[in-house]
Design a protein around this ligand. Structure first.
Ligand code: HEC
Ligand code: HEC
Ligand code: HEC
Ligand code: HEC
Ligand code: HEC
Length: 268
């Protein structure tokens, strides 16, 4: 392996660590955000490496909630959409009832047949605050008077084509229609697959095999065992080749015209 390739991957390793990939799956910041964080003087968090590593309590709770199976609701209260909207407004149901600011949608009902992606991160509070109408999404409630107005979708929408309830969409279709449908209608929010879905990245704690106290180059070599193409791509980037200015920074506030391959000289 060439030394340049090694250094390139060491850089990727650092980015991945900042992105929280190693030990903090499913909700780390996306690569562009990680890069932004690295550029904007914020101190890079040390990646958790041991079994007792720090975990994000909200994230752990969201993961557990995603796995919950709720009992199927047979009987649904019949009311028109507008009646429901008015009724909910009168009950004063609002933001204060929101207990979880975000959800990781990753239902075992869907997973049983399909698992192409990682969990979908849904910012519940942000949506509720912006849309100001709980009934837009919580469109039906169980007939049972004790049940919550905001019963989870998965209580009514489960497997597709249930013979006992052919009128109900399966859970995946219910999400796709409601989520993407509204985004299309309002022309806001993602409608492309990767706008909602993240790649299903396997848990690297199991994949990465390293000695007790690895040398930096050993880490790099280990990553390259599986990520050869990413390592080669890195060597062609303007960043690696010190070929500033980059099209990503031109005319931005952090616009830099100097690059080591152009005007600047130092002893790096
Ligand atoms: C507005 C957000 C949104 C968009 C856009 C979207 N999906 Fe989904 N998708 C979801 C949600 C939410 C689920 C349910 C996740 C769960 O509970 O498992 C889902 C589930 C799935 C699943 C089953 C779960 C899995 O991991 O395999 C597949 C497959 C899927 N979507 C494919 C697609 C494809 C292909 C596109 C683009 C054509 C797309 N989705 C666009 C939100 C979205
Ligand atoms: C953009 C759609 C949307 C809006 C608007 C919205 N929610 Fe939700 N809400 C959801 C989704 C999706 C879930 C997760 C459902 C699941 O896991 O099956 C949820 C879950 C909940 C839960 C948790 C239910 C449980 O049993 O764990 C509560 C409580 C809740 N919402 C309250 C509200 C309130 C109150 C409002 C209005 C202020 C509101 N929501 C607005 C989509 C929405
Ligand atoms: C109490 C049961 C119940 C809950 C909870 C529920 N639904 Fe439904 N949903 C239904 C029924 C019944 C239908 C069939 C047609 C109808 O009544 O509108 C339906 C239909 C739909 C449809 C088809 C289009 C439409 O509006 O009729 C979508 C999309 C949908 N639901 C999405 C969701 C999502 C997303 C959630 C969670 C935020 C949710 N549903 C929660 C019972 C429920
Ligand atoms: C009734 C309309 C509506 C529904 C239903 C809805 N969204 Fe959105 N969503 C929006 C709007 C409006 C925005 C734009 C917010 C912004 O950019 O300020 C948005 C933005 C987003 C974004 C990108 C920005 C962010 O806040 O993360 C994602 C991802 C997203 N929605 C996922 C979902 C998923 C998943 C569902 C279904 C569980 C859903 N949305 C249901 C209206 C909706
Ligand atoms: C045993 C094989 C293996 C090893 C070793 C490995 N990975 Fe991965 N990695 C994968 C697979 C498989 C994926 C998911 C498919 C993909 O995105 O290429 C992945 C995905 C990733 C992604 C997400 C890529 C994306 O496009 O979202 C990053 C970042 C990553 N790995 C970094 C690393 C780093 C850093 C190391 C070394 C510490 C490493 N990997 C070691 C197999 C491996």
């Amino acid at each position: 392996m060439t030394r340049r390739l090694s250094v390139a991957i060491a850089f990727l390793t650092a980015l991945a660590a900042i992105g929280g990939l190693l030990g903090f799956q499913g909700g780390g910041s996306s690569p562009p955000a990680a890069i932004a964080a690295a550029e904007g003087a914020a101190p890079a968090p040390t990646p958790p490496q041991t079994a007792t590593a720090w975990t994000a309590p909200d994230q752990e709770a969201a993961k557990l909630r995603a796995k919950e199976l709720v009992p199927f609701v047979e009987a649904v209260m019949e009311e028109c959409d507008l009646c429901r909207q008015m009724r909910l407004r009168e009950t004063g149901l609002g933001i204060k009832e929101i207990t979880h600011s975000y959800f990781l949608l990753d239902s075992p009902i869907i997973r049983k047949t399909e698992d192409l992606y990682g969990p979908v991160r849904f910012k519940h509070s942000k949506h509720a605050a912006q849309l100001k109408d709980c009934a837009l999404c919580h469109h039906r409630r169980p007939l049972d008077a004790q049940a919550k107005e905001t019963t989870r979708c998965s209580a009514c929408h489960q497997e597709a084509f249930r013979p006992d309830h052919p009128e109900r969409l399966g859970l995946k279709a219910a999400f796709h229609q409601q989520c993407t449908g509204c985004h299309q209608e309002m022309n806001k929010g993602p409608t492309d697959c990767l706008g909602c879905h993240r790649k299903n990245v396997p848990d690297h704690k199991e994949l990465v095999k390293l000695p007790e106290k690895p040398q930096p180059t050993e880490v790099t070599e280990e990553c390259l065992r599986c990520h050869k193409a990413a390592g080669e791509d890195m060597l062609k980037t303007a960043h690696w080749l010190w070929k500033g200015p980059s099209p990503y920074t031109l005319n931005r506030s952090k616009h830099v015209t100097h690059g080591k391959a152009t005007t600047a000289v130092n002893n790096f």
